[in-house]
Design a protein around this ligand. Structure first.
Ligand code: G
Ligand code: G
Ligand code: MN
Length: 467
């Protein structure tokens, strides 16, 4: 039934019945009046998605563009539908059933698009796109693309995250509009329990523009030394008096226009476009140089830990680069500790295990950062090469008021002792938290209770004062 595409092409005014929708069959030139080039492109592009019979995404974009060309003043909406946890349906009920559900979704989505004078396609896997006439209200989507389906298929409730880009800014290309709809879609939590939609708004637009300008200024940031290192003290709390023993290096960006930009904001941006590798290498080199300077000035080494992005783990030269740093500055591998975020371990277990094993063989100390933030698993801990565990700030936050948290802390510390891991608590802000963590057996403590991150000279002064 799907060999001949009969999709409701957009709002072609030459179409029949006075409404501005019509059927487009890309294989018969008489039923559609497109420009010659477009027509050529359309027949060259794969026509259908073989599983669902919806038009292919290539066709979809060509038809949407063609509509825009013909109806520059018509309001339209770009809509992205992301069906949650679809792989679970495959796993629980088998692929064949999964395929059936996808076809049912395709029918629902394409019917909805048709009813609103538009077209639909399956973008990939369980992601669908719709391009429809501009709507004033989108509540109908919830029923049309999820409730109705769940009814039809009797599947476990199917949740959809829906992102919408209404045609407000006439300057955007079709691809940009769908990217923005996708951004709106991604702003809905993956863990949301109901089907919901989000409309791309001016706040998202501003954020996007800000990010673009930040990315644009990265080149001059390196050239003009806008990045600097802050050192947050880490105290060993075994004895009666806490002892300042090391620091975590945190990057700071002093932007000439935006002021101090927080790493929480720009690290993910740098990770997305791969620049994180350059940034982290810069930080590691500066940290190694600082370890050297303190060694010369004080006569002893102060180990510091640097953050290693999950992206760095895929850098084939990471080990050689770090080894070279040690040689260049004449320091020891155990002076430079490496903090690797917990989610890097869950994302790509095999890669990380081999890289971390090699780093440890070379003598580097490896700390798992943000432990307790993601899907921490005890099994993961026993199987991974590691020297230290850094408890996530979120875990510490309400630990003094939370009995479950206290018990869990006890368990984690017991397991850590069995595995010979040092346990570091970060984000410790007050004496109540401090004493609870110290008495429970944490080895090191970092946080505002002792000190905020400091400039290198301030950190040195503190070292000297406490020696
Ligand atoms: O203190 P602060 O707001 O600086 O840190 C925010 C987050 O940014 C932390 O999760 C920290 O791990 C990360 N971060 C800080 N400095 C660096 C760095 O040099 N490289 C990487 N990859 N992450 C960093
Ligand atoms: O790399 P990591 O995710 O561990 O980075 C630590 C982050 O926590 C940094 O942003 C640092 O500035 C911040 N931080 C450090 N100590 C405290 C603290 O005691 N309280 C709070 N709220 N934040 C802290
Ligand atoms: Mn860290």
């Amino acid at each position: 039934m799907y060999n001949e595409i009969s999709l409701n092409a957009l709002l072609n005014r030459e179409g029949s019945e006075g409404n501005n929708s019509m059927n487009v069959s890309p294989r018969s030139s008489d039923s559609v009046s497109l420009g010659l080039n477009t027509y050529h492109d359309i027949i060259k592009a794969p026509a259908v998605d073989p599983l669902t019979g919806l038009c292919s995404k290539e066709q979809f974009f060509l038809l949407a563009k063609d509509f825009d060309r013909k109806h520059p003043l018509e309001g339209v909406d770009a809509i992205v539908l992301n069906y949650n946890k679809f792989h679970l349906i495959n796993e629980l009920y088998g692929r064949k059933f999964g395929d059936k559900v996808l076809c049912a979704i395709a029918d629902c989505v394409s019917e909805t698009a048709k009813e609103h004078g538009g077209i639909a396609c399956r973008y990939d896997a369980d992601k669908f796109y719709m391009y429809i006439k501009h709507q004033k209200n989108y509540d109908f989507l919830i029923h049309q693309v999820s409730d109705k389906l769940a009814h039809m298929m009797k599947t476990p409730d199917i949740r959809v995250r829906i992102g919408i880009y209404p045609d407000l800014f006439k300057d955007a290309t079709i691809e940009q509009r769908f990217d923005r709809a996708m951004q709106a879609c991604n702003s809905i939590s993956k863990f949301s329990h109901a089907t919901s939609y989000e409309i791309y708004d001016s706040k998202m637009h501003e954020k996007e523009m800000f990010e673009a300008r930040l990315l644009d200024s990265i080149g001059s940031a390196f050239a003009e030394n806008q990045f600097s290192l802050a050192f947050q003290p880490k105290y060993n709390v075994h004895g009666n008096h806490p002892k300042l023993t090391s620091a975590e290096v945190l990057i700071r960006w002093k932007h000439p226009e935006f002021g101090l930009v927080k790493p929480d904001f720009f690290i993910p941006l740098f990770e997305e476009n791969g620049l994180i590798r350059q940034l982290d290498r810069y930080v590691w080199r500066e940290a190694a140089a600082q370890i050297r300077r303190w060694k010369d000035e004080l006569g002893y080494s102060i180990p510091v830990s640097v953050n290693v992005s999950r992206v760095d783990i895929f850098d084939p030269d990471i080990i050689d680069y770090l080894k070279q740093l040690i040689t260049d500055y004449g320091i020891e591998t155990n002076d430079l500790h490496l903090e690797i975020t917990e989610t890097a371990y869950t994302d790509n277990v095999e890669q990380i295990v081999s890289v971390v094993k090699e780093l440890q063989r070379e003598g580097f100390m490896v700390e798992m950062d943000d432990f307790g933030k993601g899907y921490s698993s005890i099994n993961m801990l026993t199987n991974l090469p590691l020297d230290a565990l850094k408890l996530d700030i979120g875990f510490i936050k309400d630990i003094t008021e939370n009995n479950k948290g206290k018990n869990l802390l006890g368990c984690i510390l017991e397991i850590a002792k069995l595995l010979n891991l040092t346990v570091i608590a970060e984000g410790v802000e007050n004496s109540k938290q401090y004493f609870l963590l110290k008495n429970a057996g944490c080895d090191e403590i970092q946080g505002f209770y002792f000190s905020k991150p400091l400039a290198s000279t301030e950190f040195r002064n503190l070292l000297v004062a406490e020696a």
